[in-house]
Write a protein that binds this ligand. Sequence first.
Ligand code: KG4
Ligand code: ZN
Length: 356
Amino acid sequence: MTVDADSIRYILALESSCDETAAAVIDRDLNPLSSVVASQYELHRDYGGVVPEIASRAHVRRVLPVIDEALKEAGLELSDIGAVAVATQPGLVGSLLVGLTAAKTLALVLDVPLIAVNHIEAHIYACRMAAKVDTFPCIGFVVSGGHTNIYDCTSPVDFELIGSTIDDAAGEAFDKVAQILDIGFPGGPAVEEIAKDGDRKAIRFPRTFLKEDRLEFSFSGLKTAVLYTANGVPGSHVKPEPLTPQRVADIAASFQAAVVDVLVGKCKQALQQRNRSILCVGGGVAANSLLRHKLEQMTRREGSQLFVAPMSLCTDNAAMAAIAWESLDRGHLADLDLDVTPGLVRHRKQKTKARS
Ligand code: KG4
Ligand code: ZN
């Protein structure tokens, strides 16, 4: 296909990597003209996690109405769309395939370019979109319910995964701790709220790998430490302190402080190790005020710049697929045999080639 990228005004983007069916229309200035997200929260709530089969079926039912809504909100017709972008990695295979099939069909029928988007890279690009200034090269940090990943981002098309969790994601730990303390779901906002009344120094929880050079995270030991502190150590006859509201607040505050220390510490190490002076942070946990505050303090001390994605672009959405403009302008187009990649890729560099 011969493509004149400069003549393209609007990209239609689809996102279905996990449990949100989303579509957005983005213009060349990275403005989302619409961003529609159909959450499946209520379908999975009773199972305590996302059920892949239920997620895929819900995507099938919702993808077309969501696309219609995104076009309507943008005040455009399908014929106005110059390219179709779709998240193809990482995520649940069945969920990703629904978005990909819809995107391929649209690209084929409209005879427009198809662009593959990496969902995690798009989370980092959300900072660039909101900032309206170039944020590359940078350290990119995605901290959500599914990911705790640090990237060295040389350019918007060259991302190297330099750190990740060896067990749970940070958001997952917040959710589990909220479950242990019985303070509601989703856990992050509940823990943050209750922690306001607690003493963050009340309990010294572990800060795994913090003093080590490795850019890795582990939250399962911390989760177990919270469980034992709240309910007692199995087999021990030492009774745990009663879970009074003050005790719950102290545990929440001490847990939050431990997670934040580790997240901020690893971002600092990444900036230093890669000699970068810009940090871009995205994902649901980036909503946490203590994390934002400590990141601001750390980057100020390091002489670095901090960009945190706004809330509307932190949680899963299709607008952050604006990163597809970077691919389009470099001629990085996909063919109709494009497939999904459910797992994480360590180093992804799109080779720049001449535009045809
Ligand atoms: O990015 P996201 O909306 O969804 C994915 O995981 O894809 O992130 C959701 C995660 C949940 O684990 C939630 O508990 C956490 O972000 N979260 C927070 C806060 N708000 C949401 N964690 C800590 N503090 C918050 N204020
Ligand atoms: Zn996400």
